[in-house]
Design a protein around this ligand. Structure first.
Ligand SMILES: [Zn+2]
Ligand SMILES: [Zn+2]
Length: 197
């Protein structure tokens, strides 16, 4: 009698058809590669996790980069940069007399620990350094605003007192300037003298 036996299980069957059924149900061929791929399902939670990690990374980058850019709070459109501008470099000179005494125009007006404004002083000589990345006109008002914002406590003279002076006479290269002193264009080797009482 012919035997219908499963070689793997050692199980015996009555006829060829029964063995064939057994083989097809228990020993079906392994699924093709493509079939396997379709069955790999990525849970939505994994997508959500990856998305959250990406958002967190962007936020961390954004906020860690923020303090660096905060240094460059511009004053009257004048930026504070880590390097001195090289397109324009001129030196007007400012003298201030208050009630008959020379007031000090201090060093380091416009110079912070991390950056320099395009208008600044390096010493207390009254020399204003304009070191700008672009060539354009700057005004005495802009310099005084930077002074007020960056160095007002470095000097016994408070530049905001200029606007409250009972009388103020301004000279440019020895000539009386009759307009608003804030509008004086700063030029190389220009001598500006402010006499307040
Ligand atoms: Zn400089
Ligand atoms: Zn200079």
């Amino acid at each position: 009698m012919e035997e219908f036996e499963c070689k793997e299980h050692g199980q015996k069957f009555q006829d060829a058809k029964a063995l064939e059924q057994h083989n097809s149900s228990k020993h079906s061929k392994p699924p093709k590669f493509g079939d396997n791929l379709k069955k790999i399902q990525i849970p939505k939670s994994v997508f959500a996790g990856v998305f959250l990690i990406a958002v967190a990374a962007i936020l961390i980058y954004y906020f860690s980069a923020k303090p660096v850019s905060a240094q460059s709070t511009s004053i009257d459109g004048i930026q504070c940069n880590s390097l001195e501008g090289s397109a324009m470099h001129i030196h007007p000179h400012l003298t201030i007399s208050s009630n008959g005494n020379n007031a000090t125009v201090p060093a380091d007006i416009g110079i912070l620990s991390t950056c320099l404004y395009w208008l600044h002083t390096h010493d207390a000589s009254g020399t204003i350094h304009i070191e700008s990345p672009t060539v354009k006109n700057y005004t005495l008002g802009q310099f005084i605003d930077i002074w007020n914002a960056t160095a007002r406590y470095a000097s016994s003279f408070d530049p905001s007192s200029l606007s409250n002076a009972a009388s103020l006479t301004v000279y440019v290269n020895g000539n009386v300037y009759n307009g608003n002193y804030r509008n004086i264009t700063l030029l190389d080797k220009e001598q500006i003298k402010m006499v307040m009482n």
